[in-house]
Design a binder for this molecule. Structure first.
Ligand SMILES: NC(=O)c1ccc[n+]([C@@H]2O[C@H](COP(=O)([O-])OP(=O)(O)OC[C@H]3O[C@@H](n4cnc5c(N)ncnc54)[C@H](OP(=O)(O)O)[C@@H]3O)[C@@H](O)[C@H]2O)c1
Length: 261
């Protein structure tokens, strides 16, 4: 599948973010390099890393080795909240390790203390204004914490990356993101899901796919970004093979209901 065919969501500044990305937490060293290279060969064009994952160098090496054009990739990294006051040097270290001039999305990994929150967000905005990142956002923020950023700076985070999956589905929280123009990006889609749940196995067999593929497709059909991680070649490839089917409105409602009990 060509990257132009992949479903994307539009971030401010005309930045297109593929709805399906590749997670890299807990993949380090040659396992991270091999997994990211396999993901890029499979067709993923969106990679999720972080300063704290300790794998930006391996991610960057796989990107170069893939032979893909930088402009065809979407790369996210994250600054840990304890780097307040050292945001710029942290981003410069990420860029150096990744071997790129700019990332596509830079996130605050989780909320810093109340006093550090706005100064840190302003540093992200400054980095975006200097083109070191195309978009900026947050991770693990509540709606109240997002509103504090918007009220202080009149700039909404492009994305909030949070724990998400069918068992955590929260219609209101999703709507709160949409209402603020914040893209919801889910993480840990499998770790938060009982993949043997009868609703998921029933829908999976109706489509001839696995419950894991149903979970990924459910995110995509909700226009929620999802970033499954795997270091297993068969899973890397199966987790990308979710564009040949889609879920009916009734199936979507049945899966939504798993989080509403
Ligand atoms: N912002 C944050 O605070 C935050 C927190 C957590 C995660 N994240 C991001 O989100 C990404 C995804 O979350 P995650 O890594 O926590 O969890 P995940 O993607 O839900 O689950 C990864 C686990 O599921 C296994 N797996 C992969 N594909 C599978 C499949 N088709 N069927 C069954 N099991 C499968 C993987 O095993 P193998 O690798 O052995 O195949 C691994 O053990 C992370 O890698 C990271 O990039 C962000």
């Amino acid at each position: 599948m060509d990257n132009t065919d992949q479903p994307t969501v539009l971030l401010p500044g005309e930045v297109r973010m593929p709805l399906l990305g590749f997670g890299t937490w807990q993949a380090t060293g040659s396992a991270a390099y091999d997994a990211v290279l396999a993901a890029l060969d499979t067709g993923y064009r969106h990679l999720d890393t972080a300063t704290l994952y300790g794998n930006e160098r391996e991610v960057g090496r796989a990107v170069r080795e893939s032979g893909l054009r930088r402009e065809d990739l979407f790369i996210t990294t994250k600054v840990p909240p304890d780097r307040v006051g050292r945001e710029r040097e942290t981003l410069e270290a990420s860029l150096e390790a990744l071997g790129v001039d700019q990332v596509d999305l830079w996130l605050i990994h989780w909320p810093p203390s109340a006093t550090d929150s706005i100064p840190m967000w302003r540093e992200l905005l400054a980095a975006r204004d200097e083109n070191l990142t195309r978009a900026v956002g947050v991770s693990n923020y509540s709606t109240i914490q997002i509103d504090e950023l918007i009220q202080s700076t009149e700039e909404n985070p492009a994305v909030n990356q949070i724990r998400w999956g069918p068992m955590l589905y929260d219609r209101q929280r999703h709507a709160e993101h949409r209402d603020r123009g914040v893209v919801l990006e889910g993480y840990s889609p499998f770790k938060t899901t009982d993949l043997s749940h009868p609703v998921l196995t029933r829908i999976a067999s109706a489509h001839g796919v696995s419950p894991a593929q149903v979970v990924l497709r459910w995110h995509i059909d909700h226009e929620i970004v999802v970033i499954p991680k795997s270091v297993t070649p068969e899973r890397i490839s199966a987790n990308f093979d979710v564009f040949h089917f889609s879920l009916t409105a009734e199936e979507m409602r049945d899966i939504d209901a798993l989080g509403e009990v």
